[in-house]
Ligand binder design. Sequence first.
Ligand code: GUN
Ligand code: FE
Length: 436
Amino acid sequence: STCRLGAPNETRLVAPGCRNPKYFPNARRRVILAVVEVGRSSELDDLRGRYEIDEVSVLPEAWFLTPGLVDVHTHASQYPNIGIGLDLPLLEWLDRYTFPLEAKYLDLDFASTAYNTCVKRTLGNGTTTACYFGTIHTESSKELFRACQRAGQRAFVGKVSMDRNSPEYYVEDTQSGIREARDFLRWTEDQKDPLVKGIVTPRFAVTSTEASLEALGEMARTFHAPVQTHISENKSEVEVVRRMYPDASSYADVYKRAGLFDSKCILAHGIYLDDDEIELVKERKAGIAHCPRSNSQLTSGMCDVRRLLRKGVPVGLGTDMSGGSASSILDAMRQAWEISKLLSLQAGESEALTLDDCFALATIGGARVAGLEDQIGSIEKGKAFDALVLSPDPGVDFWDAGSPDQLVHKVLMLGDDRNIKAVFVAGRLVAGPGIP
Ligand code: GUN
Ligand code: FE
């Protein structure tokens, strides 16, 4: 039998069944193929007729294929702080732990080591696409770009812009900050990399002037670049923004007025958005990066993803390192599930997301938020072959006790990087030991 995971009414992941040997393309070209159960060679011939197949691999028993994981919000620069500093809420945490670390990226050697380590780790964890925040430093942000290129990860890389309400040792002058942002974006465009792209990255409304936000909005339009920022993560932050922008009707309106919603916009958190803001986000085709581990660990709150999805807003998952202390989107998926259950408990309803819903957020949901749904997020003909091969070995016991779906669920719930045997980006094996 063939087990399927994905959003309701969508066959997004075809996880081939687990008992029988299965075929799948070990793509050297950009070969895309729906993986189906193939028991007889005549079926394989039929497949060859319908798809371009270079090579066929037989997966060992109980191994299966999924789309690659998409991390739509993470701070590569904060990776050295992962696992520490989670004793303060957002604004205090930024001052005490995060800004001092990010300031160190003036040093290119420090940046290079940290970024290469981060990219290797996230790839090993199955993140085939990442939306990264760097720091305010242009040269070290180029190091992050190169680290992604070197390792073969698909990524958006942002040089952070911040020109107020920041410590004097880590802040930009408004005009030179705008210039640096433009130089960085131009440089990323000049690289003409098919997988790694630049992204306009104002940190958030608190640390930007309106002049800077407006210039960045215009820049995104000029370069046809996407935008990423934070929104409505923490109640104190929301209050600060309300006082800073008395003419804006809401937090989302601050970004809208600056023209940031004229481009594809990835908004991290969005916990406290009101109905009008959600409507605006939807209308402007922006998406939410749901970062459940960070939301819990910085005591920010619980984001009601069901509500966002019901209103038609695209949602993907973010690790938000190091506000979140995990570099794995499988972890984010599990945490998203738990938070959804707690919210449904609190509301006295039974409308929690399912594990399949959460896995869809981790894959096709992230692809939509990143504006890449025509390229990645599912394994289908016409998309790039960004995929993982997973196995219950080691550590996932009794995998043969239930159905093939239950095997898949077990590995998704219990597995870690050791269970990720192969990570493919655009058909290239970029992490994991590979298929024997
Ligand atoms: N808001 C502004 N900057 C940050 C950051 O670095 N991490 C998180 N979680 N929220 C932010
Ligand atoms: Fe963040």
